[in-house]
Ligand binder design. Structure first.
Ligand SMILES: C[S@@+](CC[C@H](N)C(=O)[O-])C[C@H]1O[C@@H](n2cnc3c(N)ncnc32)[C@H](O)[C@@H]1O
Length: 287
C-alpha cells in the first residue's frame, strides 16, 4: 500500500465527483428520495434480515453518502451516526434528518481513515453498504479503523458488490463474463471516466474517479487480523443494481432500470452459478 500522501490526489478527485453527485442523486429516480420522504423503507431486505433488530443500538454508517440508508436505520430504531468525506453529502444528510424529524442523528465529514480520530465513541454496529469499499486504497487500514470504532461485543456488517463482479468487463454486448480489471488490491488505483453517475441524471463536470478492488480473502483476512470473529460470509447470486447490461430483474420486469431498492438483478439463467455478484458479512469484536 502506498503511503497516505500518495493517495491524496485520488481522494480529492473522488471527493469532487461525489460532491457533484449529491444533488444529482437527491433528484434522481434511482435514489427515489420522494419515496424515502413518504416513509418507505429502503434498506435492502437482505440487510434487514441479516443485521436484525437495531432498536436501541448505536450504529455508525461509514461512507453514508447523503444519509438515506443511515436514516433508514434510524427509522428502524437505531441511534445513528453517519460519516462521509463529502461535505455536500453530510450537509444534505443533516437536512434530510431534519426533514423527516430524526433529531438525534449525527453526521460527520471525514475520510474513513480518520474516522477513529474524529469520532471518540464506539458503536454496537458499524455498517457499510453498497459501493463503498472500492473507494478505499487499503483494506487493512480500513479494518483497523472499524475495529477501533466497535464496542466489545459490537459487530461490523457489510453488504457490497462482490470483488469478482467489480473485476468483470461491464461494457460487452456479447454477454460473456470476462475479467478485465484487477480482482486483488493494487498499489495504484484503476482510473475510470464516466459521463454520468450510476443513476439517472445530467452529465458531470468531474468525470474521472479512482477505485481499488479488494479480493474477498484480503477483506476477510484484514478483519481477522484486527481480532474480529467472522460470523458469516454470504455470496449472493443477485445484485441490487443492473451491474451488467444483460442482467435481468428477479421480478421479471425488463423495463425498469437503474438502482431500484425493492428488486434485484441476476445473470442469464445459464450463468447464475458461474459467478457471485454481491456478498454480505458480519464480524464481531469479541474483546
Ligand atoms: C455509493 S456511496 C455509498 C453509500 C450508499 N451505499 C448509497 O448507495 O447511497 C459511496 C460514498 O463513499 C464516500 N467516500 C468515498 N471515499 C471516501 C473516503 N475515503 N472517506 C469517506 N467517504 C468516502 C462518497 O463520498 C460517497 O458518499
Amino acid at each position: 500500500m502506498p503511503d497516505d500522501s500518495q493517495n491524496t490526489p485520488y481522494f480529492e478527485a473522488n471527493r469532487a465527483r461525489w460532491d457533484e453527485s449529491v444533488p444529482i442523486h437527491a433528484a434522481s429516480e434511482g435514489y427515489d428520495l420522494a419515496g424515502f420522504l413518504r416513509g418507505e423503507k429502503t434498506i435492502y431486505p437482505v440487510e434487514m434480515h441479516e443485521v436484525g433488530d437495531v432498536r436501541g443500538k448505536t450504529l455508525l454508517h461509514l461512507q453514508c453518502h447523503f444519509g438515506m440508508d443511515t436514516l433508514n436505520w434510524a427509522r428502524l430504531g437505531a441511534q445513528v451516526t453517519g460519516l462521509d468525506f463529502s461535505g455536500a453529502a453530510v450537509e444534505r444528510a443533516r437536512e434530510l434528518a431534519r426533514e423527516i424529524g430524526v433529531t438525534d442523528a449525527t453526521f460527520v465529514q471525514a475520510n474513513v481513515y480518520d474516522a477513529a480520530t474524529v469520532i471518540s465513541d464506539q458503536f454496537d454496529v458499524v455498517y457499510t453498504g453498497i459501493g463503498a469499499l472500492c473507494w478505499l486504497p487499503d483494506i487493512r487500514g480500513w479494518a483497523r479503523v472499524v475495529a477501533k470504532l466497535l464496542k466489545p461485543g459490537g459487530f461490523l456488517y457489510v453488504y457490497e458488490g462482490h470483488p469478482m463482479l467489480w473485476a468483470l468487463d461491464d461494457e460487452r454486448d456479447d454477454r460473456e463474463l470476462v475479467v478485465r480489471s484487477p480482482y486483488f488490491e493494487t498499489g495504484q488505483p484503476s482510473e475510470w471516466v464516466g459521463e454520468t453517475t450510476y443513476v439517472d441524471g445530467p452529465p458531470l463536470k468531474n468525470q474521472t474517479s479512482f477505485e481499488w478492488n479488494h479480493g474477498l480473502g484480503e477483506i476477510v483476512t484484514a478483519l481477522l487480523d484486527v481480532g474480529l470473529r467472522l460470523d458469516f460470509l454470504h455470496e449472493h447470486r443477485e445484485v441490487a443494481w443492473q451491474a451488467l447490461p444483460w442482467m435481468v430483474r428477479t421480478d421479471g420486469d425488463s423495463t425498469a432500470k437503474g438502482y431500484a431498492r425493492r428488486t434485484a438483478w441476476q445473470l442469464q439463467p445459464e450463468q447464475r452459478d458461474l459467478c457471485p455478484l454481491m456478498y454480505s458479512l458480519k464480524a464481531t469484536r469479541t474483546a
